[in-house]
Design a protein around this ligand. Structure first.
Ligand SMILES: Nc1ncnc2c1ncn2[C@@H]1O[C@H](COP(=O)(O)OP(=O)(O)OP(=O)(O)O)[C@@H](O)[C@H]1O
Length: 270
């Protein structure tokens, strides 16, 4: 019997920032669950609270009210069960460390033997297609390769949930397509549970098993859409499917609605 308990449960999450200009209610009332092994994409209008949500998920930000639960336990601080990959790969890697050193760094906080650390680093670099680059420094690599190193560092840590915040926004289109396929591959072949935030509607539909469309700020779930595309996807045939076009058109329309009004009953799924 597969495990039917959610891995991640977000219950009535609300986040209000206190700023010099008064209070900013970034997240209004947000609830959703994620099952183990899922790849969940999050999209929404610009400034709707996506990064705020991710920071609350990862325990980097304390919600004003509501709860994030990881395997049933409330997340109350930076969670060792989660690894985050940000857009700014340039700033997230240490230039004075080799690729190997960067990937190994967080493992030093785990009680692992040197042999196990070596094994995990080699395995992670293999998974992202960079087994030959272990001794290079980040600045010797292209932007796309640097982002692969950041992903390798996250998966070497073996998090319960991989959180990605617009990770491919700063790379060119071809590199982006390759990195999207890497995320699909990690999901299919390693069962890594992933929350992937993106501005790109096509990317959310191509990658996700589900797409969570957020309303404008103070954000709520505008729609929780199941992406019923084939499990095996590729950039050419999947994006050419009529169903792909239907789904991306639907998500686009939902975001347009989300920009105009607070969360309302979604249009029926296409
Ligand atoms: N530290 C802060 N103090 C005050 N307000 C903040 C703070 N961080 C974010 N906000 C506000 O909260 C709202 C949501 O911001 P957030 O960065 O989470 O949105 P986002 O969807 O990730 O944005 P983007 O689409 O630009 O990536 C915005 O109105 C933003 O101005």
């Amino acid at each position: 019997m597969p495990d039917a308990s959610p891995l991640l449960r977000v219950e009535h999450l609300r986040k209000v920032y206190a700023s010099g200009r008064g209070e900013v209610e970034a997240i209004g009332d947000l609830s959703f669950t994620m099952m183990p092994g899922e790849l969940l994409c999050v999209v929404g209008p610009s400034g709707c609270g996506k990064t705020t949500l991710l920071k609350c998920l990862a325990g980097l930000l304390r919600p004003t009210s509501g709860l994030v639960k990881m395997e049933g336990s409330p997340v109350t601080g930076p969670s060792p069960a989660m690894a985050v990959v940000f857009q700014e790969y340039g700033r997230s890697l240490y230039p004075w460390l080799t690729v190997r050193g960067n990937v190994e760094l967080p493992l030093r906080h785990k009680k692992l033997s040197r042999a196990e650390r070596n094994r995990r680093v080699a395995d992670a670099l293999d998974a992202v297609g960079l087994p030959q680059s272990a001794r290079s420094h980040p600045w010797q690599l292209s932007g796309g390769m640097q982002q692969r190193v950041a992903i390798a560092r996250a998966i070497a840590y073996r998090p319960e949930v991989l959180i990605m915040d617009e990770p491919f926004a700063a790379v060119d289109a071809q590199t982006r397509a390759d990195l999207e396929d890497l995320v699909r591959d990690l999901h299919l072949n390693r069962g890594i549970s992933t929350v992937f935030v993106t501005h790109d509607i096509d990317e959310s539909v191509y990658l996700g098993q589900r797409v969570l469309v957020l309303s404008h700020s103070p954000t709520r779930v505008q729609e929780d859409l199941v992406i019923d595309l084939p499990r095996e996807r590729d950039q050419l045939t999947t994006r050419a499917l009529p169903r792909f076009t239907e789904l991306r058109t639907h998500v686009y329309a939902q975001i347009q609605r989300a920009k105009r009004a607070p969360a309302s009953a979604p249009h029926p799924a296409p």
